[in-house]
Design a protein around this ligand. Structure first.
Ligand code: GLN
Length: 489
């Protein structure tokens, strides 16, 4: 058998089911990789290895009865998803060693599917960032080149999956935080349609945009995780009552007659030529399987970044008001009165990027500026949605870059936040319109860094998105490349 840590989650699940490998063996293999690589990668904020081994032993007895294809497969969870009794920090000093008294629905559902959690993953503080450098716990490094960022904000999740420390991970995506790190690290990740996965227990950044989703080794792995995650949750008022499950079973790889849209405005100025080349080659792979390529203009691209950053910051400024040193986590010392307690706790507890967003959000919501910024952004959001509706009148799925470049070097991005925001241009639109978006590996640049292609579907079009990605992965092996098996490179 191939090296355990190089298998996909489904391959490992099948080997566990057949009794070729025990859950404890799989867990030990992951923990060994974690032990070996964490020094240079820093994917985890909290490791729960002992609990994982106990859980692995307890699960073994149920192997024969289970119908879950992911039963016993070790994974890990982004640190903004609440886990009962296990520190959940959002990579912020302000949450201190906050241990939630409850479990997020997403974590609970994966548990029901038989997951073994290895711990909590590093991220940008409160999921604000594109590089995982704003974490209070230090940056995560990209397994393909440890001098480069893994992307963000789910950088710990992407690097852990790419770094063979776990088989899949739960991330969250408000404006690209699953897809962009997946692209930078050469793994597959999907942000599902808004409302399909419960946000109960996901610490809010921008509630109207946040969604939980998987990062894994293949589109099929992602489908299996989504089958377990999706579905109505009465504890989340925005959760949709749509039939869940069946995604994995629906993967045929048949894309004959499917219209794949290439929006010209996503391929224009600012796009790295190597990324462009990889995108066009990816489109050709789908074409060779019988899909039809259609090109059209998509002139709303210029509104994406400003609209997103106004709405996300506005919601963040409101959501983060609850962190005041009274109810949760960390509290500053040496305060004089209640106002001083709030002020010192928030000044010392939040990092620079989070404060920048709170200030921006408070500004765009303040009377006098509300109409000029926030209301305008909501109107632009309407236009963006309409542009997608129009696009999906011409095609079944859209294919675009995930990011204009491959992973930048550590330390290059934070000095110019505006530039960093601009690099989110290809992902934020999908959240503004509430659509499913997937990132799949489709090549490498000359420096050996992974490139990702994005597939965007209409609302609730997860099956089509995953099927097209699966088709692509039947004919390519980019998703199978490993930073530790470079001979396959
Ligand atoms: N980079 C984007 C931001 O900083 C997206 C983050 C996310 O999806 N959580 O807002």
């Amino acid at each position: 058998m191939e090296k355990l840590t190089e298998l996909t989650a489904l391959e490992l699940g099948a080997a566990i089911k057949k009794g070729e490998v025990s859950i404890e063996e799989a867990t030990r293999a992951a923990l060994e990789a974690v032990e070996q690589r964490e020094g240079e990668l820093n994917c985890f904020i909290t490791r729960t290895g002992e609990q994982a081994l106990e859980r692995a032993r307890a699960l073994q007895a149920g192997v024969k009865e289970t119908s879950s294809p992911l039963y016993g497969v070790p994974m890990a969870i982004k640190d903004n998803i609440c886990t009962k009794g296990v520190k959940t920090s959002c990579a912020s000093k302000i949450l201190g060693d906050f241990k939630p008294p409850y479990e997020a629905t997403a974590a609970e559902r994966m548990e029901r599917a038989g997951c073994v959690s290895l711990g909590k993953l590093n991220m940008d503080e409160f999921a604000m960032g594109s590089t995982t450098e704003t974490s209070f716990y230090g940056p995560t490094h990209n397994p393909w080149d440890t001098g480069r960022v893994p992307g963000g904000s789910s950088g710990g999740a992407a690097a852990a999956v790419a770094g063979r420390e776990c088989w899949y991970a739960l991330g969250s995506d408000t404006g690209g935080s699953i897809r962009q790190p997946a692209s930078y690290c050469g793994v597959t990740g999907i942000k599902p349609t808004y409302g399909t996965v419960s946000r109960y227990g996901l610490i809010a950044y921008a509630s109207s945009l946040d969604q939980i989703g998987p990062l894994a080794r293949s589109a099929a792995d992602c489908a299996a995780v989504l089958d377990a995650l999706m579905g109505k949750d009465p504890r989340d008022g925005t959760s949709l009552d749509v039939p869940a499950g069946g995604l994995l079973a629906s993967l045929t790889g048949d894309v004959r007659g499917m219209k794949i849209g290439l929006p010209a405005d996503c391929f224009g100025e600012g796009l790295d030529p190597e990324v462009r080349r990889a995108m066009l080659e990816a489109a050709d792979v789908l074409k060779s399987r019988g899909a039809q390529l259609v090109e059209f203009d998509f002139p709303v691209m210029e509104y994406m970044v400003p609209t997103y950053y106004i709405i996300a910051a506005a919601e963040a400024s409101s959501n983060l008001s609850r962190f005041d040193g009274v109810k949760y986590g960390w509290r500053a010392e040496g305060y004089e009165d209640l106002t001083d307690l709030y002020c010192k706790t928030r000044t010392q507890g939040f990092g620079a990027e989070v404060k920048r967003r709170i200030l921006l959000g408070t500004f765009v919501l303040s009377s006098g500026y509300y109409d000029a910024y926030y209301k305008k952004a909501l109107q632009a959001k309407g236009l963006i949605k309409a542009a997608f509706d129009d696009a999906f009148g011409r095609c079944d799925l859209m294919l675009t870059p995930v990011a204009p470049t491959t992973a930048p070097k550590l330390g290059e991005s934070l000095s110019d936040p505006l530039q960093m925001y601009l690099s989110d241009i290809d992902t934020v639109s999908v959240n503004l319109a509430g659509l499913p978006g997937l990132s799949m590996p489709c090549g490498f640049d000359k420096g050996g860094m992974p490139i990702g292609a994005q597939l965007i579907g209409p609302a609730l079009g997860e099956a089509a998105v995953l099927n097209a990605a699966h088709a692509f992965q039947m004919d390519t092996d980019w998703h199978k490349r490993s930073p530790y098996e470079k001979e396959v490179f």
